[in-house]
Ligand binder design. Sequence first.
Ligand SMILES: NC(=O)c1ccc[n+]([C@@H]2O[C@H](COP(=O)([O-])OP(=O)(O)OC[C@H]3O[C@@H](n4cnc5c(N)ncnc54)[C@H](O)[C@@H]3O)[C@@H](O)[C@H]2O)c1
Length: 427
Amino acid sequence: MITAIIVGAGHRALVYASYAKAHPDKLKIVGVADPVTLRREMVAKEYGLTPEQCFGSAEELAAKGKIADAIINGTMDRQHVPTTLPLLKAGYDVLLEKPFAISEEEARELHAAAKKYNRKIMICHVLRYAPFYYEIKKRVLNGEIGKIMNIQTAEHVSYHHVASCFIRGKWHRKDICGSSALMAKCCHDLDLLTWFMSGVNPAKVASFGGLHYFCRKNAPENSGEYCLLDCPIEKDCLYSARKHYLDHPDRWSFYVWAGMEHMNNPTLEQKEEFLKRKDNPYSRCVWKLDNNVVDRQSVMVEFADGVTATHNMVCGTSRPMRKIHIIGSQGEIHGIMDDSRFTVYHIDLRPGHEYSETEIDLNVHGDTTGAFGGHGGGDLRLAADFVSLLEGNHPSISCTTLEDSINGHLIGFCADKSMEENRIVNL
Ligand SMILES: NC(=O)c1ccc[n+]([C@@H]2O[C@H](COP(=O)([O-])OP(=O)(O)OC[C@H]3O[C@@H](n4cnc5c(N)ncnc54)[C@H](O)[C@@H]3O)[C@@H](O)[C@H]2O)c1
């Protein structure tokens, strides 16, 4: 049995840790480190921890030396490297949330430390475990579409997602959270590009984007500053906090209601009062906040073998969606993750034919989206794979060690540099 300590007892770490509930023979949670007393107490209650197993920070835990096999590090972006460095030194292997670093320098520092202390770091690239991408990867590896020539991916970040995370939420400013919107949201997609390229290095990156819609100049006429306090057009607004959060109280609840977690099952009336507070960003007008991350960004990559790839991140869409189209010398794969379905195309030379198409419907094959955790089924599969890696098993095709994750992160850092400096960046 692998023993692990939760560092950063927030939303994400608790998702992975819940694997211990479902598989108590495989994983045991034996500690928690978090500066927030309430969160430490919640975890202690959930996993039966004693006060000696609870720590005020990663640093305090590291000072104790090694008291478990591994760490589940779910701190926020800016804390990933500073909290992981002392834990590596103390001798822990680490499951680390993405983006694992907020700069190229930090990424290299972490990599050097993992090598120095000979520790394993696995990055939470959950999409590699989603049946949709896993099945596509297997087909690419089997050579079903020949040699890859081009990959096109897109992430459509919906209107409620962008509002809750990148305008009103924790990732709304790079100077605060540490990550750009591209890195916070799409380092998964950039990782998928490098995963499908199986070790071929990216060589050049170019990118365009900006914040053009969610800014004051686009605020509807007569709009107020606070949806629930002074906005005469709230009833007709697509970004009304009432419609986003009170009419859908479970949507993004772990972010929107995080400030009420000390209350036991708050009522809708209490939630409305909480939203009405002037210091609550979740009821601020989405066009009048101080957000500075982009609301769209396009990235172009050329790999060392000449393969080209593009990724488009667009925020404020009606339907949330991730798309992929891989074009190979012998065929193509095209699909939308949220449909749990993709199509494989092949050249068909028979008279009267042009191409053949085979639809792979994961809903029909029983591997339904979300049946085993969030992110299209990826979350808990990833936790299981981390345990398997620590048990000494051969890494799965999805396993993302720090080395595997670096190229995808580098594409993101270089894309931001390209966009900001208006130039092509050579890796
Ligand atoms: N893999 C994915 O698909 C995915 C999805 C969403 C978010 N994320 C990432 O997961 C990470 C965590 O996000 P979240 O919403 O769960 O965060 P959160 O804010 O809910 O939790 C972070 C916790 O870290 C604690 N913390 C801060 N400093 C600490 C320290 N020095 N030692 C120990 N704990 C400390 C905080 O008190 C907090 O409880 C982020 O980096 C985010 O980008 C990943």
